[in-house]
Ligand binder design. Structure first.
Ligand SMILES: Cc1cc2nc3c(=O)[nH]c(=O)nc-3n(C[C@H](O)[C@H](O)[C@H](O)COP(=O)(O)OP(=O)(O)OC[C@H]3O[C@@H](n4cnc5c(N)ncnc54)[C@H](O)[C@@H]3O)c2cc1C
Length: 478
């Protein structure tokens, strides 16, 4: 990188905010998807919006690609600087700026860790509802960029339902201040457009979030099933019966065993083929009725045992197992590919079994832990990245699973985003005019295509649409 540019950036962020050393840049070469890696040319960690603005202006003048980064827990390669350039991270922007208890919103810096927001509001009887299983580490900025989900999004909706305002630094280094929470927004919904834009529209530095009241009563149940199929079917029926659990998650036998052998051990029965983790929240009367109706359905599907969390400690333990499940998979193999697809909830059983067949046909080890209520499957393939042949089989299985789920009326991603992982599969879901529209929206935010290049839009579509169409053939005049 140009020495003068480096010195100017260093003068803005100081020594603590600039990582130029090759060894210290290495952790930024990928996120949780480790198939693709490339170290950035430089990492910048500004402390506030003002520093971000100055950095972005210099990077814009120099034409350098910029990759925003939160905690790097993404699972689709979103924060991987595949085309080099500068990673701009939010690790030094972690403050809660305001909690408005009456109007129920919080204004926070983008690098705040998800769980820290709920912790900061708990004394006011409020919490931030979207709860990715990575919530101990992932940032609100990353959640916004990926429109993240989580177990309780079944009841409360994904991130986009909870973002009221944003302060964004544009690729040119201007501030777009949409941070005032509007009760009834007018005009184009720029906040809504930014949520889920995967770091390609600018860098969010401040975020205004909705807060919701802590429920009066929460009841958590662990239901043990003799088969994964019966477990899936009971979820389908609970949804069909229009019951309203706040969370409804499935873990299969291999996942249970990995969790129980790990530091996240939650007391799940190790010989069970599958367990369902169910939660119901609301008033005592609502919860009582809801749980009774759900239990009747569990019984119809042959539930072997039900355990009710007796106190907050037991509830936290049951959830720690679920939320630590991906980490626990490290006991099976050194690497884990977490597929993230959505299917109609009437097809849960069919597609879980089909994903398993796809993996087994390629000699791969597969397990399942997923947000069943949302139809959001996570077929997890354990592998060893040092085995090139196995890596190829994993990638192939991932593609087949995506194709199958889309063909069944599902979608490519429930929550992890498209990033690098699913970029080429976008054509399975969107037709050329839709992809062209997306590219045009992207150009409206980032005319040079420097923000997080190489993500989300298939390469072929980018190449085709960036090439000006051939000039019309005019008839030669004599
Ligand atoms: C164990 C584990 C469990 C997980 N469980 C879930 C789950 O239940 N639900 C779920 O949705 N996801 C889950 N994930 C995936 C991941 O945690 C989420 O996608 C999360 O939102 C990423 O946040 P992050 O701060 O790590 O962002 P990063 O990985 O750093 O970045 C993600 C994307 O956001 C962009 N970005 C980051 N910050 C900003 C910003 N301030 N402005 C603009 N763009 C930005 C990046 O460029 C990138 O494209 C899980 C991951 C792990 C490892």
């Amino acid at each position: 990188m140009d020495a003068a540019l480096l010195a100017a950036l260093g003068a803005i962020v100081g020594d603590d905010g600039l990582i130029g050393d090759a060894v210290r840049r290495k952790p930024y070469e990928c996120d949780g998807l480790t198939f693709h890696k490339r170290a950035p040319d430089l990492v910048l960690l500004p402390e506030n919006t003002e520093q971000t603005v100055h950095c972005m202006r210099l990077l814009c003048e120099a034409g350098v690609p910029v990759v925003p980064r939160g905690a790097g827990t993404g699972l689709a390669g979103g924060a991987t600087p595949l085309e080099g350039g500068v990673v701009v991270g939010t690790a030094r922007m972690r403050r809660v700026l305001e909690v408005d208890v009456v109007d129920r919103f919080a204004r926070v810096e983008a690098g705040l860790v998800n769980l820290d927001l709920s912790r900061a509001c708990a004394t006011h009887g409020l919490f931030y509802a979207p709860d990715p299983s990575s919530q101990m580490a992932c940032t609100i900025g990353g959640n916004v960029a990926n429109n993240s989900g989580g177990p309780h999004c079944f009841k409360y909706g994904a991130t986009t339902r909870h973002i009221l305002g944003l302060k964004i630094v544009t690729p040119e280094g201007e501030v777009l201040d949409l941070s005032e929470p509007e009760v009834d927004p007018t005009g184009y919904d720029l906040v809504g457009l930014f949520v889920g834009s995967e770091g390609m529209f600018g860098l969010a530095t401040e975020i205004t979030t909705r807060l919701v009241p802590l429920p009066e009563v929460t009841e958590t149940l662990l239901a043990v099933f003799p088969s994964l199929e019966a477990c899936c079917d009971s979820v389908t029926e609970i949804i069909a019966a229009r019951l309203e659990p706040s969370a409804i998650e499935i873990l299969d036998r291999m996942t249970i065993q990995a969790v129980e052998a790990s530091v996240y051990a939650a007391g799940y029965p190790e010989q069970a083929e599958a367990v369902l983790l169910l939660e119901s929240e609301g008033s005592a009367a609502e919860v009582g009725e809801n749980v009774a109706d759900m239990r009747a359905i569990l019984v119809r599907h042959g539930v072997l045992e039900e355990r009710r969390a007796r106190d907050e400690h037991e509830r936290a333990r049951l959830w720690a197992g679920r939320k630590g499940a991906f980490g626990a998979m490290g006991r099976i193999a050194p690497d884990l590919y977490v597929a993230d697809v959505v299917v109609p909830r009437t097809k849960l059983r069919e597609l879980v079994l089909a994903s398993t067949r796809i993996a087994h046909a390629r000699g791969l080890t597969i397990s399942n832990v997923f947000h069943a209520g949302d139809g959001n499957l996570h077929p997890n393939i354990s592998y060893d990245r040092r085995d090139a042949d196995e890596v190829e089989r994993v990638l192939d299985a991932g593609r087949e699973i995506m194709k199958l789920c889309v063909a069944a009326g599902g979608s490519l991603s429930g929550e992890h985003g498209i990033g690098l992982e699913k970029r080429e599969e976008m054509e399975l879901v969107f037709d050329p005019p839709s992809l062209e529209r997306m590219l045009r929206v992207r150009s409206a935010w980032d005319r040079d295509g420097r923000m997080n290049p190489g993500k989300l839009i298939p390469v072929r579509v980018c190449m085709e649409l960036r090439t000006p169409p051939p000039a019309p053939i005019s008839k030669a005049r004599g």
